[in-house]
Structure formats: C-alpha cells, structure tokens
Design a binder for this molecule. Sequence first.
Ligand SMILES: [Zn+2]
Length: 161
Amino acid sequence: MARKIPGPYVPMSIHFDRDPAVLGLSLAAETVYQRALRWSKETRTGGVVPKDCLVMLSRRVPNIKAVATELVAAGLWGDEAKFHTIRSFHKWNMDEGDFEEYTTEKSRAGALGSHKRWHAGRDKSLPDSCGYCAADRLGLDVGDDFDPAAALNAWADKADR
Ligand SMILES: [Zn+2]
C-alpha cells in the first residue's frame, strides 16, 4: 500500500551511481555531493552552496575545500567567486514558486476534468465541493484566471445568507 512521504525530501535518480561523473569520485566527494543536495533543499538556496557554508557539509570530511575542487573538476558543481552551484539541481527540484504554480495549475486541471466528466451535462451539480459547479450556479466566468477555490468560497458565502 502506498504511503505518504513523511517529510521534505530531495529526489535523486536511481541512475546516479552510473553517472560517469560520479563513478570517478572519492567516497568523501560523493557523500558531500549528496549532503549538499539535502542541505540546499532544506535551506532553500535553490542549488547554491555558498563557500562560507562548506563547513556545514564537512562532518568527517578532513579537507572540504579539496572535495569541493574535486566536485567542480568532475563537473558536478559549478564554481563561482563566492559559491558553488549544484549541477542538475533544478532539473529535479522546482523552485518554491514554480512548485506552487505547478500544483495550482495541476489541481485546477484536475478539478475541471472531473467537473466535465462527472457533473456537467449529467445533472449532478455539486456546488459545495466543485468550484466549476459553483461557478455555473453563480454565473461566474471560468476563464484563464478562474480560481475554483474562490468560487467555492463565493458559493459558501451565498449559502450562508
Ligand atoms: Zn462540477
């Protein structure tokens, strides 16, 4: 049975160990690369590791600067004056803003699909739980800016009166 993921996580390809850039890494560098992914996600730096923060990733790593150099040489980290960038971070991790847009867009598409399939033209209007049904009842426009949650709230406000 599928369970809910219990907390924040960072996605990692199951092919990570076969990446030619990873195959040649020392164990310390592989460890630091993975720590950096988690650290960046937790601290919301968007794949950026400030050089001042390398110490945060250095537990049991004797020479963190040498490891950073190794990751840059392998092409896994970018090297700017004051920070490193984690290659592929954005391929696997959307920005917080992107994620919000994605989930909103996805939930709106899902709600509209469900409405068209189960409510519209079937005499099954559910204005208390479907924003599109609520919009139908209220005569609201369901254009690009339509917000199903706002329509549900408007319907609830009307029903309260
Ligand atoms: Zn509906």
